[in-house]
Design a protein around this ligand. Structure first.
Ligand code: HEC
Ligand code: HEC
Ligand code: HEC
Ligand code: HEC
Ligand code: HEC
Length: 439
């Protein structure tokens, strides 16, 4: 009898464990979701902010789509195909959970409008649980569509909603919620492809309790809200006609992307990304050469994670150095762009490099089996860049250093879209200019 009971217990436990392990993102009919426009009927300010954001554009984003199509081409390894077909999980989460589309390759077909609206109100505010802090393992409980929107989860305990009911959710106020999508791992090889949450978790901001939301959902025009600036309250109402509150979390979700929003006519969003980048780092040129080396210190003063973060094998942050002597004579240059918009060889570029498992660099994440390099700058940390200058006879020279950022290299865009199709802008993040003693 005793043996029987423990056998039952073991079977029961095994069932629970298995059910947990097998619990995949559940299927929900598209008709169960409410459109962002309906939410915007009352939450007008928040809707306008979200509309310009990369969350809205995540599916339409031409850079994402071109890279996704490009990466799928010519794959034959089934493990690599699995990864390349997985993009929709995050870039159109409502599409994914409703099966429209289920795979990246379905993209080329037309998908229903609501599914194409990227990361939207009703997805985030129906979220009930984060199962893993990567690869969008988020449980959701949407309502029954426009006529019965169900419960929307948010950060407040004292709301009086109309149209829908509301429930307090501590999860929405925490970095784990963002990390659920922003940390990305290869579905088969497990390679850490994007890690802003891990970088944040190991860094000083997590220790101080400064969540992603405190930087990214306080920004508004004129208030970049980074680690190096104030992160002021944003007084207003949660919905039109609702009571005034000292602070309402904003929904611009600005990062470093100044280009894609502007392609969709959202110049305000591009400006916000620019302001964010200009309050992320500082540069300082040493006032004398040491051992013939010129030293420039780059400090991550404003980001809660490394700079750059996210898609950091594609992002480029780099140093441009110009050394001039008497009469404006150029003595040394590094990191300038050539006529084709390429960074000249030998420049210091901060990014990650993935490998194919045998030490060869790869750009296609589907093939990423290892991390070959990562020289990005951790939050509040400094890195010193050193340059050996040519023989200089003057006692002092003028050194100008610039820290640039762009979302993608010109050569990658040229190879995917064709030459001359899309010019990638560079944003000046920080600069310093000094007279440097040579002897
Ligand atoms: C008919 C108007 C109306 C519509 C439409 C509407 N809401 Fe609301 N919502 C409100 C009001 C009013 C409040 C409460 C404001 C207050 O008390 O300050 C609210 C509160 C909220 C909150 C805060 C909940 C909390 O506990 O912190 C969230 C989140 C929210 N709504 C999301 C949504 C989403 C998502 C949609 C679309 C699916 C939506 N709302 C549609 C009127 C509306
Ligand atoms: C990427 C996920 C995400 C999307 C998309 C999103 N929200 Fe939110 N929203 C949040 C989070 C997270 C918070 C809570 C921030 C905090 O308290 O730290 C929030 C807060 C809110 C609040 C309460 C604000 C406050 O200060 O109490 C409302 C209302 C709201 N969202 C409505 C909307 C509407 C309407 C949309 C679509 C136009 C939308 N949200 C899109 C994640 C999202
Ligand atoms: C359902 C998945 C999902 C969730 C949850 C989510 N994001 Fe995102 N987020 C994305 C995707 C996908 C993109 C990129 C879209 C693109 O570039 O095409 C993005 C873009 C962004 C960007 C813009 C990046 C840039 O390069 O400019 C920021 C900032 C951001 N998210 C912050 C947040 C924060 C903060 C939270 C938590 C409150 C959050 N996100 C929650 C999926 C998500
Ligand atoms: C202390 C403020 C701060 C915190 C906390 C913070 N960020 Fe950021 N974030 C920034 C700044 C500043 C930038 C612009 C510099 C850059 O692009 O790296 C940025 C940029 C980004 C980008 C765009 C990166 C790129 O270049 O493509 C993403 C995505 C992002 N953050 C996500 C997150 C997530 C997710 C969290 C929480 C785990 C978070 N951030 C926490 C300040 C912060
Ligand atoms: C687990 C979630 C997740 C998955 C799966 C995912 N992405 Fe993303 N993707 C993101 C997030 C979050 C960002 C924003 C990061 C940033 O801005 O640095 C992003 C940004 C991008 C961007 C940059 C877009 C821009 O405008 O700068 C490209 C390109 C991209 N993803 C391609 C892909 C491809 C191709 C796949 C499938 C092989 C894929 N992603 C799968 C979450 C995901």
């Amino acid at each position: 009898m005793k043996i029987h009971r423990s056998a039952y217990l073991i079977i029961l436990l095994a069932c629970i464990v298995l059910a947990g392990a097998c619990k995949k993102n559940r299927h929900w009919e598209l008709s169960r979701f409410v459109s962002p426009e309906t939410c915007g009927g009352c939450h007008d300010a928040i809707y306008e902010q979200w509309k310009g954001s990369m969350h809205n554009l995540a599916h339409h984003d031409p850079l994402y789509r071109e890279v996704a199509i490009h990466d799928l081409k010519g794959l034959s390894d089934p493990d690599e195909i699995l990864e390349a077909e997985h993009c929709v999980v995050c870039h159109t989460p409502v599409g994914y959970v409703s099966g429209l589309p289920k795979k990246t390759s379905d993209h080329l077909k037309k998908i229903p409008g609501l599914a194409a609206q990227g990361i939207q109100c009703d997805y985030c505010h129906s979220a009930t649980k984060v199962r893993k802090i990567y690869n969008a393992e988020i449980d959701i409980e949407p309502g029954n569509g426009e006529s019965d929107p169900g419960t929307k989860r948010g950060p407040r305990k004292d709301v009086e909603p109309e149209y829908h009911t509301a429930a307090y959710s501590a999860m929405h106020t925490r970095s784990e919620f963002c990390g659920a999508c922003h940390d990305v791992r290869h579905v088969v090889f497990g390679t850490r492809l994007e890690t802003p949450y891990e970088e944040w978790k190991e860094g000083p901001y997590a220790k101080k309790g400064v969540q992603c939301q405190e930087c990214h959902m306080r920004q508004r025009p004129g208030a970049p809200s980074t680690g190096s600036t104030e992160r002021p309250d944003n007084p207003g109402a949660l919905a039109a006609g609702a009571k005034e509150r000292p602070h309402v979390y904003t929904h611009y979700f600005a990062g470093g992307n100044t280009l894609i929003p502007s392609l969709f006519g959202n110049s305000e969003q591009s400006k916000l990304a620019g302001e964010r980048l200009r309050h992320a780092a500082t540069l300082s040129v040493d006032s004398a050469l040491s051992d013939g080396m010129l030293r420039v210190t780059v400090t991550n003063t404003g980001a809660g994670h490394r700079i750059p973060t996210g898609l950091s094998h594609v992002r480029q942050m780099w140093l441009e150095i110009t050394v001039t002597g008497a009469g404006g004579r150029k003595l040394f240059r590094s990191g300038a762009l050539d006529a084709q918009g390429r960074i000249m060889p030998g420049a210091i570029i901060y990014h990650t490099v993935f490998g194919d498992g045998t030490g060869n660099p790869v750009m296609n994440v589907a093939k990423a089996r290892e991390i070959l390099g990562d020289n990005r700058i951790a939050p509040l940390a400094s890195e010193v860049a050193s340059y050996r200058l040519p023989e200089i006879s003057e006692a002092s020279v003028t050194v100008e250093a610039k820290l640039w950022y762009r979302i993608v290299s010109q050569e990658l865009v040229d190879s995917v879209l064709g030459k001359g199709k899309l010019a990638i802008p560079s944003v000046l993040m920080a600069s310093d200019k000094k007279i440097v003693k040579v002897q």
